[in-house]
Structures are given as structure tokens and as C-alpha cells.
Design a protein around this ligand. Sequence first.
Ligand SMILES: *Cc1c(COP(=O)(O)O)cnc(C)c1O
Length: 358
Amino acid sequence: MSRLIRAVIDTGALRHNLARIREQAGRARVMAVVKANAYGHGLVPTALALGDADAFAVARLDEGLALRAAGITQPIVLLEGVFTAEQLVQAARHGFELVLHDALQIELLEEMTGAHRFVLWIKIDTGMNRLGFPEREFPAALARVLRLNPAPLEIRLLTHLASADERDNRVTNEQLARFRAATAGLNYPISIANSAGIFGGVQINCDWVRPGGVLYGASPFADGSGGDLGLKPVMTLESSVIALRHLAAGERVGYGGAWSAPRDSTIAIVAAGYGDGLPRALPAGTPVLVNGARARLVGRVSMDMIAVDVTELVGVQVGTPAILWGRGLPVEEVARHALTIPYELLCSVSQRVPHELR
Ligand SMILES: *Cc1c(COP(=O)(O)O)cnc(C)c1O
């Protein structure tokens, strides 16, 4: 079998989605969020395909180093900043932009010897209560940053929205109001919107947007899919049928015999399991595309395979292609069966699954 499970990455779709985001984001510049191996799509190939992005954002220093090692020259923002003096030196060496969310990070800058001037993003916590300076601590943080020597190359401000995935959520408006109040009278570039903010109509005049999920074609909203937002799926998780079974009514499939055939059935065994990143909790009834037609998963997900009821389909044989999500089967739909969000499915595709760029 030459065509076992692989993640086919559609780089044209990536570029389409970036263009669609620009359309939606008005004058804002786009910081493409490529943390967590570009949401499972492959950090370096994704960044190379997004040569048009104004900047890249990653969570951790190592991710930024991998981008630089691959020759990426755009600005790179470390969304969690750095935590040690040694990391700060590396960040300077590679020209990373830093998010500052904690006083300790300002202290590292105060103590740093050397002439490097950073672009610094001060994060204000407007209600997410995760990272950032609470509004009452922000003025003191800004004052310290303004006293840094050497002075920052530029100061920018950001906050993160907790509930933008629910359209017209009251919390979002409160966060925006708090951000406006905290930054009144200041004239620094700002960034607020993630995917949900960009497509959920968060009307604020931002200088930068920070899309992650929508770059990959995944909707941040609980209903619908990326297609509804004019986006194209970037990853198609494809495999193929490696065996067929004909069951008499009442016969069971897989570990624990968790599913029994309600009628005489044809079951296709597809080479994709939790060892590849499918959730083991995927329930019977989860859709799978076999030869382009919808079929349903039956029985438990194993490490290396799943069973799919193909009784209604004709022409299924060993080698027939199967799609777990992507083109023709929105990852959002599979995520709803798995009681999770598409981001988690995309990020969970495991190391052993090869990527194939198209
Ligand atoms: C991950 C992340 C984003 C991107 O979020 P999406 O919902 O994927 O668009 C934006 N900003 C920050 C600070 C993040 O950590």
C-alpha cells in the first residue's frame, strides 16, 4: 500500500485564506499565527507558503528559531515573550518581537546588557485573565518600558478576546471598552482580533490582526464551517481502505465489539487511528468520505485503523481512498462529533503522518 494516511496541505488554499482575511481586515496588517506546528500543518512549509504575511506569530522561542533557520525573514512575534535572560539574548540575535505580559519580562529587559532595540508588544489583560497586565498595572508597566535603555524600537499594544467565537457577545464589548479606556490618549499601534474577532465583526480600528484558525480554513464559530466564511480547507487528512469485511446482521466490529451490525453489512477498514491523531472518542456515526461519498464510522477507533460502514456504497475495494476531514468533509463537522473544536483535531495530527504539499 503506497497511499496510507497523510495530511495533504493545499498551499493555494493557504494563500486564498490569507487574501480572504485581508479583505475582511480592512487596513490592518496581518500577523499569521503559526504556533503549534502551524496548527498541525507544518511550521516551515506553512510559513514559506505565506510569503505575503506581514509577520508571523509563534508561542515559543523554539518555533521562532525554526522559522529563522528555514530562512524566514519577516518579523516574528513571540506571543508569550521570553522567560530567561538567555532566551532574551537569542530573541535579540534573531530579531524577534516580544510580547510583554509580566513584570519579570520587563526586568529581564532592564537588566540586559547590549544595544539591541526590540519591537515590544505590551499585552493588556481586559478580561481573559490569562496573560497580560491588568488595566490598573498597565500604566506602570508602560512607564518602565519607556525608561528602557536602549529605548524600544517601537511599542505596540495588544489584548486577547475571550468570547469572540460567540457573535455579539457582551463580554467582547466589555473587553473592547476596557481596552479603549486603558489606552485612551496613547498613540501606539494596536492589535485585538484573532480569527473570531476578524470574522465576527469586532469593529475596532486595529493596526494588526492575528488570525490563526481561519488561515487554515477552520471556522472559529460553533456553527457552520470555514466555507461559510469564504475560506478553503488547507489540510485534507487522507488514507485508504486496507481491508473489507462482510458481516451478517448481529456480528460485531472492533475492540469490545462496541458496534454490532443492525443488518448484513460491508465494513471497510481504513488505515487511520488514534496513533495518527484521530480522537479515540470519535463515536459511531462520525462521517468519513470513502471514494468521495459519505459513510459512517462504526465501532471503536483503534491505534492504526477505523471501521467504516460502506454497505450503501458501490465499488469500494482495498486501496479505495478515504478522507477523514478536509476537502468535501469539513473538519468542523468531525469536531462536533468529537465534542471538540477543529483547532484541536488539526493540532493533534501525529508525527508519523507525513505531510504532502500541493
Ligand atoms: C493563538 C492566538 C491567536 C490566534 O487565534 P485564532 O483563534 O486561531 O485566530 C491570536 N492571538 C493570540 C495571542 C494567540 O495566542
